[in-house]
Design a protein around this ligand. Structure first.
Ligand SMILES: [Fe+2]
Ligand SMILES: [Fe+2]
Length: 181
């Protein structure tokens, strides 16, 4: 569980709720780079938010945008692959014992690279079509579903080392970690 506030939205436009989390990711990555913070607490908070956010997107947002034909099969599948790569890079950060080592900073650098890439691509290829091609009412319904799943994941302690290991192993089995692009 995390001691850092991750917010607890219950409703809103799904695009705005997703962007709020993307800003939280950026803040947490900055805090992970900062050697004066409690990096162990920050990595746990990051893990919780990363798993909860990705699960909620994959369970509700991507499928709905596919059904509305706002995004194609390729974009949704590519998004899932990038979530898996993010989880893999996150696992490397979580597995390290110390947080004041070169190995930790290298793992944080890789995590930031993978996550920043995904945030950019998702905002360009998934959130823009959601803004342009999906009505306000659907975005609000989707916002509620997204928030509900996200919060349930947080409450279930989704960022535990054990759960992140399980998710990465499953992604590997599904072939989501096969090609790097
Ligand atoms: Fe996202
Ligand atoms: Fe995402």
């Amino acid at each position: 569980m995390t001691t850092i506030d991750l917010g607890r939205p219950v409703s809103g436009d799904v695009v705005e709720l997703i962007l709020d989390d993307h800003r939280r990711f950026e803040t947490l990555l900055r805090d992970l780079r900062d050697s004066s913070t409690d990096r162990d607490a920050v990595r746990q908070a990051f893990a919780t938010l990363h798993v909860a956010h990705a699960e909620a997107e994959e369970k509700h947002v991507y499928p709905k945008l596919r059904r509305k034909q706002a995004v194609g099969e390729h974009e949704a599948e590519h998004g899932k692959e990038e979530h898996a790569e993010g989880h893999e890079a996150l696992l490397a950060v979580l597995e390290l014992k110390g947080t004041d080592t070169q190995a930790f900073e290298d793992a944080v650098e890789e995590l930031a690279r993978v996550v920043n890439h995904h945030l950019t691509e998702e905002e360009l290829t998934i959130l823009n079509p959601a803004r342009e091609e999906v009505g306000e009412r659907v975005r609000a319904e989707l916002g509620e579903a997204f928030a509900r799943e996200r919060n349930a994941q947080v409450d279930a302690g989704c960022g535990s080392l054990e759960n992140v290991r399980r998710i990465v192993a499953e992604a590997a089995r599904e072939g989501l970690l096969d090609d790097e692009d």
